[in-house]
Design a binder for this molecule. Structure first.
Ligand code: MGD
Ligand code: MGD
Ligand code: SF4
Ligand code: MO
Length: 874
């Protein structure tokens, strides 16, 4: 790679909404990445995903040329085709037949241009984003309670609070740098209490003084019960309620139905546990509630958010240091999308669709075609694709055939759409496979623009790599299409700086302190100042404005009457499927799936069950999880921290990485009536053993080999090798012939029968071409890294060949086991040996093995292993 810049460049991490500052430097063929000590979000820290960014920048698999179908074409051809196709649909069927579906991972400048084109010039409201699956309920809840999409907290509040409720958030894995900051704050002030409210004992339980493993979907029961109890115990801030809120009487009257017995019944928590928690809340002088997808992704997500805001308003714990309801943003720029209006029910810059707002935005944009009303949100948009109302869709920076609920139906809907345009960085994704036109976008490290993190801080993403192939910034692509649609004058941008300044100006346009989002002070930045922009927290109005506590017209916040979700109960589907993140993968794996180091923690899709729910299944079995909508295959693993009756499956696996493991094939598109956000966390399912006739692992020389035709496969990323975990229901009759056929024949085979297992190595010209390890019932316990290394450096002596045939490393080297610490590649078995050798703390393990001493994300797992070693001595 050639650098555009060999000096260290300050940029922002493209993963989670913590929004860490990153310093990237091109050195030789690689890029070194470190935390930016000056950035207020992370003060130099990075988690494992951030530290491994350098591993995800290679160009393998990248979409580098515009494509029509499978043909590479010039930009002119592709842009003409996109614009011509859109124009034809608009002429024949009207603007309502067109939709854009974007992403919280686009840059603010990208979104702004797409939103302006769709809502301002094409003239329909159908511009939504994957934030609908993520932040929509938080946005709706904040708007209802506070009058604006206004996050009333910042990270440094964590150092000033007394009680932190982590609700539906596994921050240890999903917002790791923030979690480490919380851990540090607790080390400094051990009296600060942390309560985890999550059906599962996740890695975040590590920090918790109390874990409330409530029944899925029972958060409103808990918060209503708490509100009622505080009211009865005279622990509300009556003065604050009087002065700053309305709606308290109705909310308290509704909560009064939630006595301890009822709350206990609904949540599954004992009355003692509940009262202890209620006392804890009553006594804390300052309190923060950090919430994320366990709250938002519900058919009552908005009410759940408002159950939390009710609590903070009723106790006056908001708008002061160390207090407040804090929505942890998922994606790096979900907040930026909300600022530009990237949801179908927003127009732009925190404005909606009143006649006055439509007129104002129209005058600002110089368009008399601004959509007069909202458009279709994500699930409605796919409904409209299914029934043919939408005839052209442009998908940018999201992979909906993996991430949308009812994903198989979404696939059918997209397959039937006459014009599908996909802007992507990768050539093959589940969604891109159905595109008529694929447009190559610049990726992180190549693109320029801004993002806004969870605490409203706007930071620059900067390029340090040259544009590869013909890839272009998303803003450029959209502007080019807009110009071809005849809107040239409004889209004559040549640099993201111009877009940012226009966006900043719109935020202040006729604002007069009425709209929370105002960054008009940045509207006059020069290009040089934009290039040098340091992190800035909004609001940043050009004209001084009066500070406001809340954004409703009467300056008061609202308490709301909230109702728990109704969870579907279906005969034959006794378990609740919960889905979410694992530590080292990001969403649909298009980036993290490239890094072998990030695959070692969880190399294949898992289904986590409580031991009591295993029925006739055993740890390590392949299981089939079935809902009324669809099914998936994953490896069963048991965890005592899993709530009985509930199973957890990661959201990440997709058709590029596994045969049948998309969790959203099972999830029904039930949405919150206020926010339109789907209920991704509670799906009725059953789980049964998938009767594999054999299991095995196959290694083939060269990356990117197609998966073999078997019922279960899962791809494990490795350097230079295609590594598949396999299983099938029909026996593999002739493994030798099968392996020969996979490699085009001519292999010199070496094989061994190891008990019930059968191992085969295939050689050609002294080089290892293939390795196959088969077992009748279970996955052979291999040292994957040792096998992969043998493809690079063949074993030199007989002992080493024997070790390879056995699937082990040569010599005395003991196996490492599953990787726990990804930073230093330290495995579970190594850690267990160190524990047996006398290490008794995370610090001692760190001193001996280095594990847990870099990003800290594995520290909860280290503690768990220490506890296990203490309770079950070897
Ligand atoms: N490693 C990693 N980090 C990420 C991402 C990633 O893909 N990988 N994605 C980013 C994005 S976009 C997002 S949105 C965030 C999400 O961050 P989180 O919301 O923290 O992550 P999830 O794993 O989706 O879900 C959080 C927790 O909600 C719990 N939960 C499920 N049902 C309920 C319930 O009824 N009540 C309560 N109280 N809890 C429940 C789950 O058990 C789970 O532990 O992560 C961001 N960070
Ligand atoms: N069941 C279940 N479903 C869920 C969730 C869950 O917890 N459970 N979580 C939901 C949440 S919170 C989220 S945020 C979504 C995430 O779901 P998605 O948005 O579908 O996931 P990503 O893999 O992040 O998709 C981003 C795509 O954009 C591409 N890309 C990356 N950078 C760029 C760029 O600069 N430009 C362009 N044009 N493309 C780019 C990537 O290659 C990738 O294909 O999933 C949601 N779905
Ligand atoms: S915490 Fe989030 S923003 Fe920070 S380095 Fe990790 S993934 Fe990136
Ligand atoms: Mo998200």
């Amino acid at each position: 790679m050639t650098a555009v810049n060999t000096a260290a460049v300050n940029t922002t991490c493209p993963y989670c909404g913590v929004g860490c500052g990153v310093r990237a430097q091109v050195q030789g063929e690689g890029v070194t990445v470190s935390g930016d000590p000056q950035h207020p979000a992370n003060l130099g820290r990075l988690c494992i995903k951030g530290s491994r960014l350098g591993d995800t920048l290679d160009l393998s698999g990248r979409l580098l040329h515009p494509m029509l179908g499978d043909r590479c074409v010039s930009w002119d051809q592709a842009l003409d085709a996109a614009a011509g196709g859109l124009q034809q649909v608009i002429r024949t069927h009207g603007p309502q037949a067109v939709a854009f579906y974007g992403s919280g991972q686009l840059l603010t400048e990208d979104y702004y241009v797409a939103n302006k084109l769709m809502k301002g010039f094409i003239g329909a409201g159908n511009m939504d984003t994957n934030s609908r699956l993520c932040m929509a309920s938080a946005v709706a809840g904040y708007k209802r309670a506070l009058g604006a999409d206004w996050v009333p907290c910042r990270y440094r509040d964590l150092e000033q609070t007394d009680l932190v409720l982590l609700v539906g958030s596994n921050a240890a894995w999903a917002h790791p740098v923030l979690y480490q900051r919380l851990a540090e704050a607790k080390r400094q002030r051990p009296q600060m209490q942390v309560v985890l409210i999550d059906p599962r004992a996740t890695a975040s339980a590590d920090l918790a003084d109390r874990h409330l493993a409530l029944q899925p979907g029972s958060d409103i029961a808990l918060f209503n019960g708490l509100l009622h109890w505080l009211h009865q115990h005279d622990a509300l801030d009556q003065a604050f309620l009087q002065q700053h809120t309305t709606g308290a009487d109705a909310a308290l009257a509704a909560a009064a139905g939630w006595d301890l017995a009822r709350v206990s019944r609904e949540t599954g928590l004992s009355p003692d546990a509940l009262t202890a928690f209620f006392h804890q809340v009553a006594q804390a002088p300052r309190m923060m509630t950090l919430f994320s997808m366990g709250i938002n992704q519900s058919s009552a997500g908005t009410d759940q958010v408002n159950a939390i805001t009710n609590l903070h308003l009723a106790t006056g714990r908001i708008n002061t240091p160390g207090n407040g309801p804090f929505s942890l943003t998922g994606q790096p720029n979900a907040m930026g999308g909300r600022e530009v209006g990237g949801l179908a029910n927003q127009l732009a810059a925190h404005m909606g669709f009143s006649a006055e707002e439509v007129d104002r935005v129209g005058r600002f944009w110089g368009s008399d075609n601004v959509t007069p009303g909202p458009g279709l949100n994500a699930t409605a948009l796919f409904d409209a694709l299914a029934d043919g109302r939408i005839k052209a869709v442009w998908i940018m920076g999201t992979n909906p055939l993996v991430s949308l609920p009812d994903a198989d139906r979404a696939r059918q809907a997209l397959a039937g759409c006459p014009l599908v345009i996909v802007s992507e960085v990768m050539q093959e994704t589940d969604t891109a496979a159905l595109a008529h036109i694929r447009l190559p976008a610049l990726a992180w490290g190549e693109k320029e623009g801004t993002v806004t993190n969870s605490e409203r801080t706007i930071s620059r993403q900067r390029a340090f790599l040259p544009p590869p192939g013909e890839a272009r910034g998303d803003w450029w692509i959209v502007s080019q299409v807009a110009q071809r649609l005849g809107f040239g004058a409004a889209f004559a941008y040549t640099h993201p700086h111009q877009i940012f300044c226009e966006h900043a100006a719109l935020s202040g346009f006729e604002n007069q302190g009425q709209r929370a989002f105002d960054i008009s002070a940045l509207a006059t930045l020069t290009q040089e100042q934009y290039q040098q922009l340091t992190p800035q927290r909004w609001p940043l109005p050009a004209l001084p404005r009066q500070a406001r506590a809340f954004w409703h017209a009467d300056d008061k916040a609202r308490l709301l009457v909230v109702q728990p979700p109704v969870l579907p109960e279906l005969t034959g589907y006794p378990l609740t499927l919960n889905s979410g993140r694992i530590r080292d993968q990001w969403h649909t794996m298009t980036r993290t799936g490239k890094a072998a180091a990030l695959m070692r923690h969880t190399p294949e899709p898992v289904c986590v069950l409580h031991p009591a729910d295993m029925a006739d299944m055993a740890e390590g079995d392949i299981v089939c999880v079935t809902s009324p909508r669809g099914w998936l295959l994953a490896r069963a693993t048991t965890d005592n921290g899993q709530l009985r009756g509930s199973v957890f499956v990661p959201m990440h696996w997709n058709r590029q990485f596994s045969a049948q493991a998309r969790v959203n094939a099972l999830v029904e598109a039930r949405v919150d009536p206020v926010s339109g956000q789907p209920q991704s966390k509670q799906t009725p399912v059953r789980v049964a053993r998938w009767p594999a006739a054999w299991q095995g692992e196959l290694f083939l020389r060269g990356e990117g080999a197609p998966p073999p035709d078997v019922g279960y496969w899962s791809r494990v990323t490795q350097p230079g090798v295609s590594d598949f975990i396999l299983a099938d229901r029909t026996p593999l009759a002739e493994p030798e012939a099968w392996l020969q056929a996979l490699c085009g024949g001519g292999l010199l085979l070496q094989q061994a029968f190891m008990g019930a297992a059968r191992h085969l190595l295939g050689w050609r010209d002294g080089e290892l071409q293939a390795a196959l390890y088969l077992h009748p019932q279970r996955l052979p316990g291999l040292d994957r890294e040792a096998v992969v290394a043998a493809f690079r450096t063949p074993p030199v002596d007989a002992a080493a060949r024997r070790a390879l045939l056995a699937g082990r490393a040569a010599g005395e080297q003991a196996p490492r086991g599953a990787i726990v610490c990804s930073c230093f590649g330290i495995g579970e078995l190594e850690i267990r040996r160190a524990l047996a050798g006398g290490c008794a703390s995370v610090e001692a393990l760190g001193a001996v093995l280095k594990c847990g001493t870099h990003c800290g994300s594995c520290r909860p797992e280290l503690k768990k292993l220490i506890q296990q070693a203490a309770t079950q001595p070897a």
